[in-house]
Design a protein around this ligand. Structure first.
Ligand code: 4AD
Ligand code: MG
Length: 432
């Protein structure tokens, strides 16, 4: 029996006869030879069909097959030093499994809206393949990192009654005879987890009814939210930079082929594996922006252009520390000696990518936290359980949230978050 393999394992089968289930992405042929561009979901490579080595029927099939036809192939693996991949298959037999006619995504250029309308098919193309493989490596590395650091994964609910990040961006839904919101952050539940298990992380979808149409916003995205008991902000910043450096190193170690497919220079990524990352205060950031010609004032939130500018001033990701209270959520710990700032930080990714992490030390005092909730005009009855965490053995604790698609977009050097997630949800897109 011929061994069935996946294309990525071709290197272990040089000069062997193998069988592969694959799809055709492109082809060209002349009278005596046909070149089939093939993919099987694990990699892309070329099949060579020589007229004088196969039956007339097989050669005819190879010449007539159309884009995205699926097939079983048998043939012999050879080295191919001219390709990215390094191997090809000399095809001996082809058994068509599913025909394909008029595949909408052809090798020519297509507009972005057309591609997004055909996202269910677009996912098959080389660049999208590479991005999703890198995403998968980052999922794997996330679990590895937090497991090795002694965190347990905890899954917060998605249907909730509370609004940790402010009430303007909530998706509301009927929940029997009451209202529920789709979770915009698992943080408050992660805090309960930290008090129960010391170190926890969440990793799941969150929802924000963002009206903004920027390249940095999705309405459904994935967040990783670690939360640590007995931990001050300085230690949390260390975890953050070690985690980001670990993600980048994992992609460098395990996705060399995919980085090549999307033309991402590994030498640039290597810079980000060195820690510590630089830190500046928000106060300083405002000065830098003003020197750079922005008319930003102390107290303003930093928008995409401001974050882009700041992140371009550094070779590495940069922490911006201690923002004004007025532009951050209620649960943060006020900074000692200042009455207008919190102990918090955003991590801005380099190359102009802007905020990828938001985090802080949390308020631990029952009365102060209660007052902060009231000051934001939030419904106290939704936060009674959260306030309980400050009643029974409250401890200093800190945590953060990494926007997973923002991190992928930066690591892959994409223009827009929409390519970092299999099926993006945006203000004007709910399909496919
Ligand atoms: O800064 P945010 O709003 O922080 C929180 O939700 C905290 N509860 C996190 C915590 O301390 N546990 O969101 C965290 C990150 C941002 O830094 C950004 O990377 C990403 O989530 N993010 C988005 N990503 C895609 N689309 C959006 N609309 C996003 N909004 C935030
Ligand atoms: Mg933020």
């Amino acid at each position: 029996m011929t061994q069935e393999i996946r294309i990525k394992d071709a290197k272990d089968h040089v000069n062997e006869e193998v069988r592969i289930g694959a799809w055709l992405t492109d082809k060209r042929s002349s009278g005596k030879i046909a070149f089939l561009q093939l993919r099987d979901g694990s990699a892309f490579f070329q099949g060579v069909v020589l007229k004088n080595k196969v039956s007339e029927e097989v050669f005819q099939t190879a010449k007539e097959m159309r884009q995205e036809t699926s097939m079983w192939l048998t043939g012999e693996i050879h080295e191919d030093s001219r390709s990215h991949f390094g191997y090809e298959i000399e095809v001996h037999d082809i058994e068509v499994v599913g025909e394909s006619e008029d595949y909408p995504i052809t090798p020519k250029e297509h507009g972005i809206e057309f591609l997004l309308d055909h996202r269910h098919l677009w996912l098959r193309s080389k660049r999208q393949f590479a991005i999703q493989q890198i995403r998968n490596e980052m999922v794997r590395a996330t679990y590895e990192f937090f497991n090795k650091e002694g965190f347990i994964k905890m899954d917060p609910p998605i249907l909730t009654g509370s609004a940790p990040e402010g009430t303007t961006e909530l998706f509301e839904t009927d929940y029997f005879d009451q209202k529920a919101y789709l979770s915009q952050s698992g943080q408050l539940y992660a805090e309960a987890g930290a008090m129960a298990y010391g170190k926890v992380f969440t990793f799941g979808p969150v929802f924000r009814a963002e009206k903004s149409k920027t390249r940095r916003h999705l309405t459904e995205f994935w967040m990783i939210e670690p939360e640590m008991a007995f931990t001050h902000q300085a230690e949390s910043l260390k975890v953050q930079e070690n985690y980001i450096a670990f993600l980048v190193q994992s992609v460098l170690d395990n996705c060399a082929y995919e980085l090549k497919l999307i033309d991402r220079d590994p030498e640039i990524l290597k810079r980000y594996t060195k820690t510590p990352y630089p830190q500046i205060r928000y106060d300083k950031a405002i000065e830098m922006l003003q020197e750079g010609g922005f008319d930003t004032k102390w107290g303003d939130d930093l928008g995409s252009p401001e974050e882009t500018y700041l992140s371009e001033q550094f070779e590495q990701p940069v922490f911006v520390l201690n923002y004004p209270k007025a532009i951050k959520p209620f649960y943060m710990l006020p900074e000692e000696g200042r009455d207008d700032t919190y102990v918090c930080a955003d991590l801005l990714a380099p190359e102009g990518y802007g905020e990828i992490i938001g985090g802080s030390e949390r308020e631990t005092d029952y009365d102060k936290l209660k007052a902060a909730i009231e000051a934001k005009g939030l419904d106290l009855s939704e936060y009674e359980w959260y306030l309980d965490l400050r009643k029974y053995g409250s401890v200093p604790h800190s945590g953060f949230g990494l926007g997973f698609e923002r991190a992928i977009t930066w690591i892959c050097h994409l223009d827009h978050l929409r390519e970092s997630i299999p099926f993006p949800r945006m203000i004007n897109r709910l399909k496919p």
